[in-house]
Each structure stands twice: as structure tokens, then as C-alpha cells.
Design a protein around this ligand. Structure first.
Ligand SMILES: [Fe+2]
Ligand SMILES: [Fe+2]
Length: 480
């Protein structure tokens, strides 16, 4: 079996030798029509017949794995792609540290592994569902193409998790694979499993914030699962991470382009005060304080995805060698955490205080800390874009206690600086921190489609370079 190049001969492109694995191939072929039905029902609305300039993986070699071509989305080559097996790989952490990595699911960790795979799998189709209306208001064909690229890859990530369920978890794996096609983002009866994936993504600023902050949570989870002693999960996640990088690029550069357009318009009009919101909005661009509010919303929703700061599940998963830490291999400790502590922010007598807790129970907090560091780097890059225009404004990520629904701070109502406001004050002032109805109405009013090749809506700058180095007026999507 060629683990680098992808076999496109059968119905399901793969580098896992599916042609020889008749049981799994049959199971996936049975699942496939339901997947396509789901894609037709819940995938990008109104563009299923359009030709989209997409990249498809043709290899899992880090250099040159992608090929670009026009594709109708329902004909995209979704497939099963694993990073190459690392010769003689060992379980890198936990009680089994140093033992041979598992090629089959260890019986004692089966339920835990299945749960983690199902939760990861559930997020993938959820974001496609959340974003399905956005094509209709795309600010350019370039952006529309990027949206669809993200969507087809989230579809592929669902395939990745379904492959693991079908191959390694027998009948209950097949049931879970089916259920992944049944739940729906935001559905009151059968919602997706995690909160942020049941929220709406009503406009393109939300989309860029989602791909910046929520896809970045995905990156952290995949990084932690890529460490897994269960080798097929590790290899799947390592390849997914190469695709995830593009999603975060789309988000971060999308916000940068919005910010640059706003600053340019302010400069052209001679407006110095970024807080003069009405005047800035008269220019047809998104004022920076509103961009900050959107960041507050999506950052805080994404923090909830890390779960409780102190978690027995996380401790068990690490101890078992199933889910590791961000860049486990670069951490200098015993990789077992039987002793040692980690500082955790907690609510103590109504006050936010730092406490040292056993390191093993603080793994969610630790992963979240790594995530926050990553997010701060992004905010720093956005701020440099603003500085280039000499506009006196700086983005600042809110305190981790702000607007939380899970964990230590779920009970308090903190402002972005971490001061507990209490319910009444929060009710009065939340519109200062989170998008208000009128902010949403304003942004919604801007969301007019721009489908002319090379043209961009007035609230966003063109990108510096095209996808696949295409020229500015390239027709990334050919409407049907
Ligand atoms: Fe994904
Ligand atoms: Fe993603």
C-alpha cells in the first residue's frame, strides 16, 4: 500500500488500502449515500451545481499534496487520508508511555476513544450547517471559494472520523456514524453536541471570527489527539491539521482585510476617532469597536469548547495515553504527571484566583492556555494592521472569565476585564461587550453579494495574493 499517494480508483479515494479491506469498504459505501443526502440538504445552499476552484488532496506528502481544479461540490473527492505511519512509534505519554503505539483499539480504553472520536466528528458537519447560507452574501468570488473549500474539508473531516468508527468500533461505530448524519446544528430536538456549534453564523464577519477562533479550538483538539497512543487516530489528526491551517488562514486574513478596509476608509474621509461609530458606519465599513465585540463573542464561545478547567475525563484520557498535550514532544517533564501541579484560574468565594492543582486534572486548562497564547498572537497581527494606518485602536481579547457558560466562571457575569458585574449590571451593559441587535442589523445590511470576478464588497479589502497564485480577476466560482 502506498501511504503517500492517494488511490483514486475506487469510489472512495484513500491511502488506507480500502480495496483490500472489504468489510470497511462496504460499510463506508453504505454510509456514502446518506452523506451525500446530508450534503445536499445541509451543505452550501444554492451552489451545488456551480463549478468551484477547489484543491483536492492527491498525496499526504507535506510538500505538494494538493491539486486545484474546478469541481461541483457534490462531486468533490472526499476520502480517507492518513499521515504516513511513523516507524516504531511509541505511546508518548501516560501510564503506557514507551509501549508500542496501538494499531487496534485497546479494550479498556474503547469507550473513551469512541466518545472522543464522536465529539470531534460531530463538530465537522456542524460548521457546514452553520455556514450554509453564506454563499448568498459572499463579498467576492474569492471569499466564496474559500468558504466552500472550508466546507468540503469539514465534510472530509467527518469522513475521517467515520472511517475510524467504521473500521475500529464495529456495530456501535456504525450506529455512531449514522447518528453523525442525523443531528443538526441548532435543532431544538437533535442539536450538535457542543454549544458553539449550535450558534448561528449569520454574516461574513462571524464566519471569519468562527474560522479564526473556533477552527483554532479544532486545531488544539486535533493537536492533542495527534499525540494519541491509538495510532490510526494520531495519523488521521496529523493530516487533518494540514487542512485546518487553511481554515484559520481564511479567518485571520478575512478579519485583517475588514480592518484594513475600515482604516483605509477612515483615512480617506479624514476620520481620526475609531469610536465615532455613526460617522464610520456612514462610510459603509465595519467600525473597529463592533469587530472587537464579534471577537469577544466568538473567543468566549470557543473557550467553552475546552470544557471544565478541572476535569477527570481529561485526566483519564491523558493517563490512558489516549489524548495528550499540545506539542507533547516539546514538553520537558515525565509525560505522566503523577506528581506536579499546574496553575488554574478558579472562582474562590466569588473572586477569580489562581490555584495550583494536580497537573493531571488541569489538562483542559493547560490546552486552553496554549490556545489563548495562539489567539493573542493573532490579535497582535490584527493590531499591526491597524497601526500601519495610525488609527488609535487596539484589539484585546477578553478575560477568560468573560461570557462563559462552562467551567469555573459559568456562574458569574464578568466584563472583558474580568470584573464580576452581577446580573443587573450585566443586563444593562452587555451591549457594550457583545454585538447588540443594532450592530447585527448594521452588519446584515452590508451583506450584499458581489459576484463579479475581481470585485469586492465595499467593507472588505482584496487579498494580497490569490489562491493558487491566480490573478485578481480570476473566476473562482462559475455560477450554474
Ligand atoms: Fe475540521
Ligand atoms: Fe476547520
Amino acid at each position: 500500500m502506498d501511504v503517500i499517494n492517494v488511490d483514486y480508483d475506487g469510489m472512495i479515494p484513500n491511502n488506507v488500502g480500502l480495496n483490500q479491506d472489504i468489510r470497511v469498504r462496504k460499510a463506508l459505501e453504505k454510509w456514502h449515500p446518506g452523506y451525500l443526502d446530508w450534503w445536499q440538504d445541509m451543505g452550501p445552499e444554492g451552489f451545488q451545481q456551480s463549478l468551484v476552484y477547489l484543491r483536492t488532496a492527491v498525496s499526504v506528502d507535506p510538500k505538494g499534496w494538493a491539486k486545484f481544479d474546478y469541481v461541483r461540490m457534490p462531486e468533490y473527492k472526499w476520502g480517507i487520508l492518513l499521515a504516513p505511519q511513523v516507524e516504531d512509534r511509541k505511546v508518548p505519554f501516560g501510564i503506557h508511555r514507551g509501549e508500542k503505539a496501538w494499531q487496534e483499539v485497546p479494550g479498556e480504553h474503547r469507550a473513551m476513544l469512541r466518545r472522543l472520536i464522536v465529539i470531534q466528528g460531530d463538530t465537522e458537519p456542524a460548521s457546514v450547517e452553520q455556514q450554509r447560507h453564506l454563499g448568498k452574501t459572499a463579498p467576492s468570488l474569492y471569499d466564496m471559494r474559500n468558504l466552500f473549500q472550508v466546507n468540503v474539508e469539514e465534510g472530509r473531516h467527518l469522513w475521517a472520523m467515520v472511517y475510524l468508527l467504521q473500521k475500529y468500533f464495529g456495530a456501535d461505530g456504525r450506529d455512531e456514524a449514522e447518528a453523525l448524519l442525523q443531528r443538526r446544528s441548532g435543532d431544538p430536538d437533535t442539536p450538535r453536541m457542543l454549544g458553539a456549534f449550535n450558534e448561528k453564523t449569520p454574516d461574513w464577519l462571524s464566519f471569519f471570527m468562527f474560522t479564526t477562533f473556533t477552527d483554532r479550538d479544532g486545531k488544539m483538539q486535533l493537536e492533542a489527539l495527534a499525540q494519541s497512543g491509538f495510532d490510526p487516530l494520531s495519523r488521521t489528526c496529523r493530516f487533518m491539521l494540514t487542512e485546518e491551517a487553511h481554515h484559520m488562514f481564511v479567518g485571520e486574513t478575512g478579519v485583517t482585510r475588514i480592518v484594513e478596509r475600515t482604516c483605509q476608509a477612515m483615512r480617506d474621509a479624514g476620520i481620526d476617532d475609531p469610536y465615532d461609530i455613526d460617522t464610520v458606519r456612514r462610510l459603509g465599513v465595519i467600525d473597529l469597536p463592533t469587530v472587537q465585540k464579534k471577537a469577544n463573542l466568538h473567543f468566549s464561545l470557543s473557550l467553552d469548547l475546552f470544557g471544565s478547567e478541572i476535569s477527570t475525563n481529561a485526566a483519564n484520557a491523558f493517563h490512558a495515553g489516549v489524548k495528550g498535550r499540545f506539542r507533547e514532544e516539546r514538553i520537558k517533564d515525565d509525560h505522566q504527571l503523577e506528581g506536579g501541579t499546574y496553575p488554574v484560574l478558579r472562582l474562590v468565594d466569588g473572586e477569580i484566583a489562581q490555584q495550583d492543582v494536580p497537573a493531571l486534572s488541569a489538562l483542559n486548562m493547560r490546552l486552553r492556555d496554549d490556545y489563548v497564547t495562539d489567539c493573542n498572537a493573532v490579535a497582535g497581527r490584527w493590531n499591526r494592521a491597524i497601526e500601519a494606518f495610525n488609527v488609535p485602536f487596539q484589539f484585546k481579547l477578553p478575560h477568560v472569565a468573560f461570557h462563559r457558560h462552562i467551567g469555573e466562571f459559568a456562574e458569574i457575569k464578568a466584563d472583558p476585564d474580568g470584573n464580576n458585574l452581577g446580573d443587573a449590571e450585566w443586563q444593562k451593559r452587555q451591549g457594550e461587550f457583545l454585538p447588540s441587535d443594532s450592530d447585527r442589523d448594521y452588519i446584515e445590511g452590508l451583506m450584499q453579494p458581489q459576484y463579479e470576478p475581481g470585485q469586492f464588497a465595499g467593507w472588505i479589502s482584496p487579498p494580497k495574493v490569490g489562491i493558487d497564485n491566480k490573478p485578481g480577476d480570476f473566476e473562482y466560482v462559475k455560477m450554474a
